[in-house]
Ligand binder design. Structure first.
Ligand code: NAD
Length: 482
């Protein structure tokens, strides 16, 4: 059975505990590899290695760091197929999706920040004659990066690439639910010429490895993507040390469809924003609000498309949805479908586990599920389900839909479908979300600020925002005498 290893100080090694966690492939329900069950001791060794590597790495010209990071992206590109297969096996997502979205985006993350650092600059503020202020941005030291299971390599690299490009050394922890591609990435870093200790990957449970990173006194900044509850725990652990934090957390995003929209476009994109990656994308629009004049038409067209979707073996090209990432998450989603029924919801599509014959008969599959007849403020419409489950709700006015849309504790993203330009701007200004898509969904320019408000997070990633996060800034004021 394959054993995943920690990557510390340039070496692939077992955890100090010598214990292992079973890694299950969600499509088959079978253990297919073992994950090191690391703890605070492994994190300590990783931090020491990162500290030792920091002066040399941060002292390299940006162009040299850039070259190594580009080499990493090229090595992933050369192994695109094996990375995609590994991501699918580990996470349950269709292999075609991993091949077209997850792994290309991981490559792009490295490439983007490897080149972005070459353009990163700082400000100067001249005062009166002979006095100049300038902003000096220096890497912070050892950065902690903790990532979730839903877009494993995509989000792991979205953190470590800017951290490394900015000159930090990193102690990173991928999710124990889907750690394989982070391991594969670590295994090619030496070949890319990354010096030992610059990137350290420690595998294991969140409450051991993640908590040790959050609480470590010599890790001054932590970038975290995951659930809101975990984000709050990290916030609390980091507070006494005044760590710099970037928290990308949960969402319950509205997808608002006005009667004047481009109907076909709104319909086909709403299918994607509801069920892509089994609905396990923090940006999925799980609450669909439809203006009453087109409610019935939208509902029937949407259901027609949903009924054609196939939930099946992630290795098959015709599977629209693959497996849910873990048994625990599968049970959570099913419990929310049961809750929706208790709350008076009417299941108008799906709602059941799917039995996939053959090698996947013990896997965790759920039908794409559509529910209507629920009030906007019930638990099903307020809490993050993070699965292939959406609700449909009619509305009569902008005011009313804004009330519904803004009613949750979350504020990650929102989508609006309308051909009325003034209305689009009004909605964008009044929606409580960090990312607004008008007549589109998931279009991402890596230069733009990415993140949520309210319980969806703190800080922004992307573009220079991330390079600013991973550096400490100083104002230097010089008076030139004479
Ligand atoms: P999670 O919070 O359970 O775990 C995320 C990571 O944190 C994992 O690596 C986990 O091991 C670690 N962790 C767990 N407990 C910890 C602790 N006490 N201290 C430190 N680290 C700990 O989240 P998940 O279930 O892996 O991911 C799903 C969640 O992530 C959803 O809520 C989703 O919305 C969110 N998410 C947000 C974004 C975003 O950009 N805002 C993107 C993807 C996913």
């Amino acid at each position: 059975m394959e054993k995943i290893k920690n990557y510390i100080n340039g070496n692939l090694r077992d955890s100090l505990s010598g214990k292992w966690i079973e890694n299950i492939s969600p499509a088959t329900g079978e253990v297919y590899s073992l994950i090191p069950d690391s703890d605070g001791r492994d994190v300590e060794v990783a931090v020491t290695a990162a500290e030792k590597a920091f002066p040399a790495w941060s002292g390299l010209p940006a162009a040299k760091r850039s070259e190594i990071l580009i080499r990493i992206s090229e090595l992933i590109r050369e192994r695109l197929d094996s990375f995609a297969l590994a991501e699918s096996t580990d996470n349950g997502k269709p292999v075609w999706l991993a091949k077209s979205i997850d792994i290309p985006r991981a490559i792009a993350n490295f490439h983007f920040y490897a080149t972005g650092i070459l353009h990163f600059h700082s400000e100067a503020h001249p005062m009166e004659d002979k006095i100049l202020n300038y902003t000096l941005r220096s890497p912070a030291g050892v950065a902690g990066c903790i990532s979730p299971w839903n877009l494993p390599l995509y989000l792991f690299t979205w953190k470590i690439a800017p951290a490394l490009a900015a000159g930090n050394c990193v102690v990173a922890k991928p999710s124990e639910v889907s750690p394989m591609t982070a391991f594969m990435l670590s295994a090619l870093c030496n070949e890319a010429g990354l010096p030992p200790g610059v990137l350290n990957v420690v595998h294991g449970y969140g409450n051991k490895v993640g908590a040790a990173i959050a609480a470590h006194p010599r890790i001054p900044l932590v970038s975290f993507t995951g659930g809101t509850k975990t984000g709050a725990e990290i916030y609390a652990a980091a507070a006494p040390m005044f760590k710099k934090l970037s928290l990308e957390l949960g969402g319950k995003n509205p997808n608002i469809i006005f009667a004047d929209c481009d109907f076909e476009h709104a319909l086909s994109t709403s299918i994607k924003s509801s069920f892509s990656n089994q609905g396990e994308i923090c940006l999925c629009g799980s609450r669909i609000f439809i203006e009453r004049p087109i409610y019935e038409k939208f509902k029937s067209s949407f259901l027609e498309k949903v009924k054609k979707m196939k939930t099946g073996d992630p290795l098959h090209d015709d599977s629209s949805l693959g497996a849910i990432a873990s048994k625990q998450h599968y049970e959570k989603i099913l419990s929310y479908i049961a809750l929706a029924k208790e709350e008076g919801g009417k299941i108008i599509a799906g709602g059941n586990p799917v039995m996939v014959q053959g090698r996947c008969e013990k896997g965790y599959f759920i039908e794409p599920t559509v529910i209507e007849n629920l009030p906007y403020n019930c638990r099903t419409n307020q809490e993050e389900i993070f699965g292939p489950v959406v609700t449909l709700t009619p509305f009569d006015s902008e005011e009313e839909v804004l009330k519904y849309a803004n009613s949750t504790v979350y504020g990650l993203s929102a989508t609006v479908w309308t051909e009325n330009l003034p209305r689009a701007h009004r909605m964008a200004a009044r929606l409580h979300a960090g990312i607004i898509w008008i007549n589109c969904w998931l279009l991402r320019d890596l230069r733009t600020p990415f993140g949520g408000m309210k319980h969806s997070g703190l800080g922004r990633e992307g573009g220079f925002e991330a390079l600013r996060f991973f550096t400490e800034e100083k104002n230097v004021c010089i008076k030139i005498n004479g």
